[in-house]
Design a protein around this ligand. Structure first.
Ligand code: GRF
Length: 200
C-alpha cells in the first residue's frame, strides 16, 4: 500500500492556486491527499473552494494575538501546533500573506514551499506584479515571472524549486499582466509540487 503524501495548504485570498492543486489531485497529476486548508482571513474564497472539495479547513487569524499583545512567534508556534496532527509531508503557501518566522519553519524543515509572482531575487514582498509592471513601464525590465521556492525566514527567498518567465507586452494593462502571471503560477505550482513529492 503506497502511503500517499499529505498536503497542508495555507491561503489568504481567492485560492486560485489552491484550486490548481485540488484539480491536479482530482485528476491524479498530484498523488497526494490535501488534509487541511488554513486561512488567516475569514473572507478568503479559498475556504469555500476547500469546502467544495471536501477538504477540512481552519480559520486562524493573527489579529487576536496582536490584540492580546502577543508576538508573531507565538502565533507562528501555535499555527505549527494546529498543523502538526495533520502530519504534512508538504506545506504549500499558496497566496499566504503572513511572513512565517523560524518559530513555525523549524517544525517543518525543508517541507514548506512558497509561490511568489516574481522571479528569484526580484520584487520580494507584496504587490510584486504591480512593481514589475511599473519597472517595465520605466524600461528597467522586459519580462517578469513567478517562482516556487523552499521557505526560509527571509521573505520570498530560499532555494528555488521551479520558476517560469512571463512576458510583458507593450499594451498590457496591469490586469492583463496579473492574469498572465496567475495562469503561469497555476501550472508552475503543480509542477513544483510534483517535483518536491518525487524527490527523496
Ligand atoms: C498569487 O499571485 C500568489 O503568488 C500571491 O498572491 C496571489 C494569491 O492568489 N502571493 P490566489 O489566492 O491563489 O488566487
Amino acid at each position: 500500500m503506497v502511503e500517499l503524501h499529505r498536503l497542508v495548504i495555507l491561503i489568504s485570498g481567492s485560492g486560485s492556486n489552491l484550486q490548481a492543486i485540488l484539480d491536479a489531485v482530482e485528476c491524479d497529476r498530484i498523488l497526494a491527499v490535501p488534509t487541511l486548508v488554513v486561512s488567516n482571513r475569514k473572507e478568503a474564497y479559498g475556504l469555500v473552494r476547500a469546502e467544495n472539495a471536501g477538504v477540512p479547513t481552519a480559520y486562524f487569524p493573527f489579529k487576536p494575538y496582536r490584540e492580546a499583545g502577543q508576538t508573531r512567534e507565538a502565533y507562528d508556534a501555535d499555527l505549527a501546533e494546529l498543523i502538526r496532527p495533520y502530519q504534512p509531508t508538504l506545506i504549500i503557501l499558496a497566496g499566504w500573506m503572513h511572513i512565517l518566522s523560524a518559530a513555525f519553519l523549524q517544525h517543518f524543515p525543508n517541507r514548506v514551499i512558497n509561490l511568489h509572482p516574481a522571479l528569484p531575487g526580484q520584487f520580494a514582498g507584496t504587490h510584486a506584479i504591480q512593481r514589475a509592471y511599473e519597472a517595465y513601464q520605466r524600461g528597467e525590465i522586459d519580462h517578469t515571472g513567478c517562482m516556487v521556492h523552499y521557505t526560509i525566514p527571509e521573505v520570498d527567498a530560499g532555494p528555488v524549486i521551479a520558476q517560469a518567465e512571463v512576458p510583458i507586452l507593450p499594451n498590457d494593462s496591469l490586469a492583463d499582466l496579473e492574469e498572465r502571471i496567475h495562469q503561469a503560477e497555476h501550472e508552475l505550482l503543480v509542477t513544483a509540487v510534483q517535483t518536491v513529492l518525487a524527490s527523496p
